[in-house]
Ligand binder design. Structure first.
Ligand code: GMT
Length: 379
């Protein structure tokens, strides 16, 4: 098939899933066209089936806010027609689903029919989307999509709860490339960070409020009070300064390192003993899956789609949001030398169930179903 993919090209989970999906589809022989405002972070190699089209956003002194959605819709019209795409798959409802709707209507006036699938990722529904400033457009563009998928049952239920959705939502969970996310031999890195055999705790996120990075630091303080440990914080975002200040206030700075945004997060995960995800909300928890694939057990909350990924007592433990004490006790349980090997094995065993090869065909089957329903012959 010739598939167009629209996503955010950044480190965020939705962009990562969209890019990895496109890469996996290209490896299976589909022609995949990414349409976005800059090159997706993980699209940094050559494959004859992968194409990238940049959305050209022209600004003008009159525009306080350049109209990205219009520029995207225009680029979509252009690419879909010129490349004769069979299907458009947009990731993250805002503004991709409404731009896709606009492009679809424009193409229809030229006699071109393009089926549109929207994948909901989480904050497009649970945080931003349900806000009154976006809700009518989100509801409309979800209902007007030919197909809709969500990355967990919890997100599907949340979507039905907060929006008047008349469409069936297909749940297709996120997946992992186990060739890339696997425990690599990086002993030199471990020795440099943990010279006295300290346990290594890792957190990666976009440092937004919803991630509760303060809880990460407080849990780590409790761990460090009982055992030798180091904390690596990967990523960047609005809470970063607060977190640095909190580490100073708690007098744990010497054991906390901020690594910023990293391309090769799997290298850090390869030497980690524990991953912390104390999020307020998490529709799936892709970062936790990446950790598990590298044999890192996870301490998480039991919110959103996390119970669909985690197995309590096997991949790690889940606690209520904000229950720092419980998460600290469980973290120490996992980090004990006698328990750690079985949690590592448990994390990997569960991650294998989300192997891209187990999930990819669900998307392919869904593409087939939706294109057949919209009577578009596949070229
Ligand atoms: O986690 C974020 O804030 C980024 C966000 C995104 O859309 O890029 O992630 C969401 O989508 C990921 C991929 O499907 C999920 O794994 C994350 O759980 C989800 N984040 C939230 O629901 C907060």
């Amino acid at each position: 098939m010739k598939i167009g993919i629209v996503c955010y090209p950044t480190f965020g989970g939705s962009g990562v899933v969209a890019t990895e999906l496109g890469i996996a589809l290209a490896k299976k022989g589909h022609k995949v066209h990414f349409i976005t405002y800059s090159q997706p972070t993980r699209l940094d190699f050559f494959n004859e089936n992968l194409f990238y089209h940049e959305v050209d956003i022209r600004t003008y002194p009159l525009f306080q806010y350049p109209p990205y959605e219009l520029a995207l819709a225009s680029t979509l019209v252009n690419v879909i027609q010129y490349e004769n795409l069979d299907l458009l798959h947009v990731h993250y409802a805002i503004p991709h689903a409404s731009a896709a709707y606009m492009a679809k209507q424009i193409l229809r006036t030229n006699g071109t029919e393009i089926p549109v699938i929207t994948t909901l990722h989480g904050t497009d529904i649970t945080l931003v989307g349900k806000d009154a400033s976006y809700e009518p457009v989100v509801t409309f563009s979800i209902n007007e999509s030919d197909g809709v998928t969500a990355v967990s049952n919890d997100l599907k239920e949340d979507t039905y709860k907060h929006f008047k959705i008349v469409k069936n939502i297909e749940v297709i969970p996120n997946f992992i490339d186990l060739e890339r996310f696997k425990k690599q031999k990086k002993d030199h890195f471990k020795t440099a960070i943990c010279p006295d055999g300290e346990k290594l705790v890792v957190h990666t996120s976009n440092f937004r409020k919803v991630k509760r990075v303060e809880d990460v630091v407080k849990i780590f303080r409790n761990i460090r009070n009982k055992t030798k440990a180091k904390l690596l914080l990967v990523g960047d975002g609005p809470e970063r300064n607060n977190i640095e200040n909190l580490s100073r206030d708690l007098e744990i700075c010497d054991d906390v390192r901020f690594l910023g945004k990293l391309e090769a997060v799997e290298e850090v995960l390869s030497v980690a003993d524990l991953f912390l995800m104390p999020s307020e909300k998490e529709s799936f928890g892709l970062a936790a899956l990446e950790a598990m694939a590298c044999q890192v057990p996870v301490i998480s909350t039991n919110t959103g789609g996390l119970p669909e990924l985690m197995i309590d007592g096997q991949t790690g433990y889940m606690s209520d949001v904000g229950d720092i004490e419980n998460m600290s006790v469980n973290a120490l349980k996992i980090l004990s030398n006698e328990n750690l090997p079985s949690f590592k094995a448990g994390a990997l065993a569960r991650a294998k169930e989300f192997d891209v090869h187990n999930i990819l065909h669900l998307y392919e089957d869904y593409y087939q179903e939706i294109t057949e329903k919209s009577h578009k012959p596949i070229t």
